[in-house]
Design a protein around this ligand. Structure first.
Ligand code: PLP
Length: 462
């Protein structure tokens, strides 16, 4: 079996950037044994769906950064919007002043949001958006005199962020193995992963099982103690888990019946990733109480996130017995004028043709990627729109998972990088979420590289 270190060596070579980084830069998600010394691919330029390394090697940006560069790299319109707004008003305090771009963006987002989600609170990214939604749920229940109604329901396989409370919701084992969390506040339910449903169970029966588990959990804990259910419509970092069709609407109904706030975490799925500005209602048939968003709202050009909140929540608070209670929560960069100006221009681009393009190329992307299921290492290719996951297995008959130390995802990524594609490895899975502007020909290029990268990985494992 080829040593992974050998495949990694390509990263360490070059112009000394790795050594410079090792001296001062702490990279996200480091492992203890390599902390401060990770070799990571150095990216110098971006253009459209491509990124270029320091040595001039051009790669397709398979994960679009981290599911975020939706309109593609090097969009002059976004750079101009950023510069123009910075020259006009680079910052104002959101405590007692306000700016036009944040008002205009709120109007545009409210027009796209489902139902009565007409209000926006801006944050600096996805973790702070989830944190804000959860703190708002706590405030909402405090003001209503329901101090006990705070338990949060999350799911195995979830990823909701890297702040303390948002991180406590994470359900991927590696996110929690070495980290503390607010465990007493969170209850984890099963991941709605049809690929890993119990043997012999139909997808319909699996959905019934998940709904029953939810009902039983509410009955066991007591609805009067449960504040919110938080769910990504598609569990993204958990491996692009597309749930059974009727599962989310059925859970939403139970939440509504039990006065449990439904928080739809659309940090990944919003802004065109599955073809719509917001996917909760249009794609998944759910009208949540809050939606969290980030990433694609500025296509990653500026750190911005936010929470859409419903009229219903606002009306309840306005009619409460504590009209003076304060939601003591805000960030220095809430409603940032430059971020909101970039988001407005980004929405122009999405509405001006990129959303239509994403809707049309998405099914082609899914269909072409699924041809990789012919390869013996590939257990399943799944996804929706322009997000997909290739899950590798030890054995196609049993679909048994591979041993973790095979690090198949990293191997495929390393081979694909040599061939011109950056892949996001997730243990024994590879995630694909390219910029939405990808053409059909570029999808073909991507799939051809993946086919070769997976074949080379199969050779490694022999
Ligand atoms: N929620 C989801 C569904 C995510 O995928 C992520 C990040 O990947 C987050 C929240 C956290 O967002 P951020 O990294 O911007 O804080």
């Amino acid at each position: 079996m080829a040593a992974l270190e050998k495949l990694d060596a390509a990263d360490a070579a070059g112009d000394g950037t790795t050594e410079r980084a090792a001296r001062h830069l702490v990279q996200p998600w480091p492992t203890a044994g390599q902390i401060g010394a990770e070799a990571r691919t150095y990216i110098a330029y971006g253009d459209g769906i491509y990124i270029t390394g320091a040595g001039g090697e051009r790669l397709i940006d398979g994960p679009a950064g981290m599911w975020c560069v939706n309109v593609g790299h090097r969009r002059a319109e976004l750079a101009d919007a950023m510069r123009d707004q910075a020259m006009e008003l680079s910052y104002n305090t959101p405590w007692y002043t306000m700016n036009e771009p944040s008002v205009a963006l709120s109007e545009r987002l409210a027009a796209h949001a489902p139902g009565d989600l007409n209000h926006v609170f801006y944050t600096t990214g996805g973790s702070s958006a989830v944190e804000t939604a959860l703190r708002f749920m706590q405030f909402y229940n405090n003001v209503r005199g329901r101090q006990e109604k705070k338990t949060i329901l999350s799911r195995q396989g979830a990823y909701h962020g890297s702040t303390y409370l948002s991180g406590s919701l994470n359900g991927r084992p590696r996110d929690r193995d070495w980290m503390d969390g607010a465990d007493g506040m969170v209850v984890k339910l099963s991941s709605p992963n049809p690929f890993r449903r119990p043997a012999g169970m139909s997808v319909e029966a699996f959905s019934d099982f998940l709904v029953e588990e939810f009902r039983e959990t509410v009955a066991r804990i007591g609805a009067e103690r449960i504040g919110a259910f938080v769910a990504e419509p598609i569990q993204a970092s958990g491996g692009v888990i597309v749930p059974p069709d009727d599962y989310l609407p059925r859970i939403a109904q139970i939440c509504r019946d039990n006065d449990i706030l439904y928080i739809s975490d659309e940090v990944v799925t919003a802004f065109g990733r599955v073809g719509e500005v917001f996917a909760s209602l249009d794609v998944f048939g759910v009208e949540p109480d809050m939606i969290t968003f980030a990433k694609g709202v500025t296509s990653g050009y500026f750190p911005l996130g936010g929470v859409m909140m419903s009229d219903r929540l606002f009306e309840t608070l306005r009619r409460s017995n504590h009209p003076d209670a304060m939601f003591a929560h805000g960030l220095t960069y809430s409603s940032h004028p430059v971020g909101c100006a970039v988001a407005l221009k980004n929405l122009d681009l999405l509405e001006g043709g990129i959303l239509d393009h994403a809707r049309s190329v998405g099914p082609y992307f899914q269909q072409r990627l699924r041809t990789l299921e012919e390869l013996p290492l590939v257990g399943e290719v799944r996804g929706l729109g322009l997000m997909a996951c290739i899950e590798c297995v030890a054995d196609r008959d049993s679909m048994n998972p591979l041993k973790l130390d095979n690090e198949v995802g990293r191997r495929i990524d390393r081979h694909c990088q040599e061939l011109g594609l950056l892949v996001r490895p997730l243990i024994n899975m590879c995630v694909m979420s390219p910029p939405l502007v990808i053409s059909r020909e570029q999808v073909d290029d991507m799939v051809a590289i993946l086919r070769e990268g997976i074949s080379r990985t199969m050779d490694d494992l022999r």
